[in-house]
Design a protein around this ligand. Structure first.
Ligand SMILES: [Cu+2]
Length: 163
């Protein structure tokens, strides 16, 4: 009985130790070979799943998109549009939202705009948007320069992945 308990304790400690060591080795591998090296390299960006829910007549619209990154870290520092006076980056908090000056694009990751989270606010449309219209957005990144995308205006209830 006593021996049994002792054995089980030892086995458990061994398992925990193996987990800790395994995790540590993984972290070390990421830190040296992976993340640091990759974060210093050039970003490789692409934009997907962009859309603007149709705003009420000529009003303020939100914009959503995903910036994928197959390379090193970058930062979205500015968004503008030839078709709108002002485009700003916002982050939603549980009670309100705040404007942000830049957004991180992690190495080998993605910057994701989504309802209830990070979003663009688009104001001062030159022409009132209608379903099926496209608005050019010029996304300026700290390292990668500017990427222009045509963002479709969708139904108010649209979510990416739906048709
Ligand atoms: Cu906002």
């Amino acid at each position: 009985m006593v021996t049994g308990t002792r054995f089980r304790r030892t086995a458990l400690t061994g398992a925990v130790l193996a987990t800790v060591l395994g995790g540590g080795a993984l972290l070390a591998a990421c830190g040296t070979g992976g993340q640091d090296g990759a974060a210093a390299g050039p970003a490789r960006l692409s934009v997907a799943d962009s859309y603007i829910p149709l705003p009420p007549a000529g009003g303020m619209a939100a914009g959503y998109l995903t910036v994928r990154n197959d390379g090193g870290r970058d930062e979205l520092v500015k968004v503008s549009s030839p078709g709108a006076e002002s485009v700003t980056m916002h982050r939603s908090t549980p009670s309100s939202m705040e404007q942000v000056a830049s957004l991180d694009v992690p190495a080998h990751g993605a910057l994701q705009f989504a309802r209830g989270g990070t979003h663009l606010m688009i104001m001062g449309w030159q022409k009132a948007p209608a379903l099926g219209d496209e608005l050019e957005l010029d996304l300026t990144f700290a390292k990668s320069g500017t990427i222009s995308v045509k963002v479709p205006v969708k139904e108010l209830t649209y979510r990416p992945g739906q048709s």
